[in-house]
Design a protein around this ligand. Sequence first.
Ligand code: ZN
Length: 143
Amino acid sequence: MGRKEMDLRFGKFGTVSFTSMSKVNDFVDYLEQGRIMGTRCLKCGRTYFPPRADCSECLSSSIDWFEVKGPGKLMTWSLMKFGPVGFEDDLPYSIAVVDFEEVKVFGRLAPELSEDEVQVGMAMDIKANELPNGQLNYVFVRR
Ligand SMILES: [Zn+2]
């Protein structure tokens, strides 16, 4: 899926203006540079990941970007042996939630991590990667 289709997907979501759409799509540009970014509301300070162009807390549209960086703490994880349609070829893979203090991030564990070395509470880093189909993504790696 190319970036254009990604834009269309965001376009289907909610009642976002063209401006706020382009703001959130900067996320993909940052990913291309290897940076995983969240947004922070400039008015109330609430942080979001995935990024949001509008704050659901105070409804402000003034946002700033910040980089999600390790060390994060692995809160929970699960090995997926059955996946939703479109993910069958990736199986098995592990999904996880990592707490980076500013934001809790849902994502996948790096495939090279073995089940035996993964422990709740362990320190993790996050890094951008490219999937075999060319899509950009991010994974959690052992710190
Ligand atoms: Zn706010």
